[in-house]
Design a protein around this ligand. Structure first.
Ligand SMILES: Cc1cc2nc3c(=O)[nH]c(=O)nc-3n(C[C@H](O)[C@H](O)[C@H](O)COP(=O)(O)OP(=O)(O)OC[C@H]3O[C@@H](n4cnc5c(N)ncnc54)[C@H](O)[C@@H]3O)c2cc1C
Length: 401
């Protein structure tokens, strides 16, 4: 039997998939299919606020049925394999779907195996993450319950979505500890895999100053190699593979992690992954078109775009893919994605800065004035309260250009 065929089939109904499906329909695409297994849609950026005690899961969840655009054919299923030569995807439920163009945006997932002991540690009350909805509320229980001892915050740079936002729970918690009078009794260690706390030198400087103000001990270029949940220790090494220079083991009373991520395994088994990338889709970072299968496209956290993945990056990627699919069909020139990305990082429970930059790490501010790299109350209010409304009412409806 011939499988049902879509003009464009989108895999993954998260930030990228829903925004793109809506944008394609607005552009006149006659037939868009969407494969998404989850009945619930999450606005992920608020997870950092959940872990920092400034939001609840109810603030960030909506039924998926409410966000799938009218006119899009939603298949509530999971893709388990792609046959790019036959232009067919295989579904977990046993079905198949055919396509003219395929867009992959199933996101990335926590790579528990990258840090032995981490999964077991996160099942105890002493370790948690904001990167999974089922863990984020417990992160705040753990951080707010700490009144003395050592809190260790670990931020990986291995494909972590919008990795600098892993610092939000640290600054929200440190401000809480200060206001409850226990900051002096809590030792705070920050372990960051990259050389900076955010993508630009200016933002790095601001964040280091804020960390210094709370007495945080910052180690950059340092990796959490493994965790011993029974002993409550985290073992460190330097990112270049040698032992960490100043003591390789830290004990913890609370361990917060922004853990390494990897792509879904079926990307690799379908022959669509770039070599040496933990299975991320091998697209041209400029056009977002697959390098060897020109009817396959990818964007969002699963794509190799040579820049830090973020929801803000999708504001630029979605219009590029929505333009390039029909342009490729008629042989018109393709548009380019410049690598823009952004990380909004709180420095307290009232202020936030924006680190916006391009693929080369050059600052790329949305507006030239005022200076958005300086922590501001207005930016905090925008990120916590206005941006979610922009997400639900504009981005998911394809109103990005
Ligand atoms: C804790 C946290 C905080 C963040 N904070 C910010 C922030 O402040 N600012 C910012 O710009 N960005 C932030 N981000 C990053 C941003 O949320 C992501 O970059 C964005 O969600 C990526 O969108 P995506 O569609 O690629 O992936 P996702 O949003 O992860 O969506 C992927 C979708 O694919 C579905 N899927 C998975 N596998 C399959 C399959 N096999 N078949 C079909 N569907 C599948 C999933 O169910 C999911 O719905 C944050 C992310 C996290 C986790």
């Amino acid at each position: 039997m011939t499988p049902p065929r879509h003009r464009v089939l989108v895999v993954g109904g998260g930030n990228a998939g829903v925004s793109l499906a809506a944008k394609l329909l607005r552009g006149g695409c006659p037939d868009v299919g969407l494969v998404e297994p989850s009945p619930t849609h999450h606005y992920r950026p608020l997870l950092s606020y959940v872990a920092g005690g400034a939001a609840t899961l109810d603030d960030l969840r909506r039924p998926q049925a409410d966000v799938v655009p009218d006119g899009v054919h939603w298949h509530q299923d999971s893709v388990v394999a792609v046959d790019p030569d036959a232009s067919v995807v295989h579904l977990a439920g046993g079905g198949e779907l055919a396509y003219r163009d395929l867009v992959l945006c199933p996101g990335s997932r926590v790579d528990w195996d990258a840090v032995p002991g981490l999964r077991v540690a996160c099942a105890t009350p002493h370790a948690s993450t904001s990167y999974l909805p089922e863990h984020a509320p417990q992160a705040w229980d753990m951080l707010s319950g700490l009144t003395s001892g050592r809190a260790v915050f670990v931020v990986s740079d291995r494909h972590v979505p919008c990795s600098p936002v892993g610092l939000k729970p640290l600054f929200l918690a440190a401000d809480h500890w200060r206001s409850t009078g226990v900051l002096g009794d809590v030792t705070i260690d920050l372990v960051v895999e990259g050389s900076r706390l955010a993508g630009t030198a200016r933002a790095d400087q601001e964040l280091r100053a804020a960390a210094d103000d709370y007495g945080v001990r910052v180690r950059t270029g340092t990796v959490a190699e493994r965790v011993d949940p029974a002993a409550r220790t985290v073992h460190l090494r330097s990112a270049d593979g040698t032992a960490a220079p100043d003591g390789t083991t830290l004990g913890y009373d609370a361990l917060f992690v922004a853990p390494p991520h990897r792509a879904p395994g079926w990307v690799t088994t379908s022959g669509l992954a770039a070599e040496g990338t933990d299975g991320f889709v091998d697209v041209d970072p400029l056009t977002l078109q697959h390098r060897t299968h020109p009817r396959v496209w990818a964007l969002g956290d699963v794509a190799t775009v040579d820049t830090s993945p973020s929801g803000g990056a999708l504001r630029k990627q979605v219009p590029v893919v929505a333009h390039n699919i029909p342009a490729h069909l008629v042989g018109a020139p393709l548009r380019h994605y410049d690598g823009y990305t952004v990380a909004p990082v709180t420095t307290s429970r009232h202020e936030l800065l924006l680190a916006e930059h391009d693929r080369e790490g050059h600052a790329e501010p949305t507006i030239p004035f005022p200076d958005l790299v300086r922590p501001r109350r207005s930016l905090y209010l925008f990120d916590r309260y206005v941006e979610p409304q922009v997400y639900w009412h504009r981005l998911l409806r394809g109103k990005v250009s």
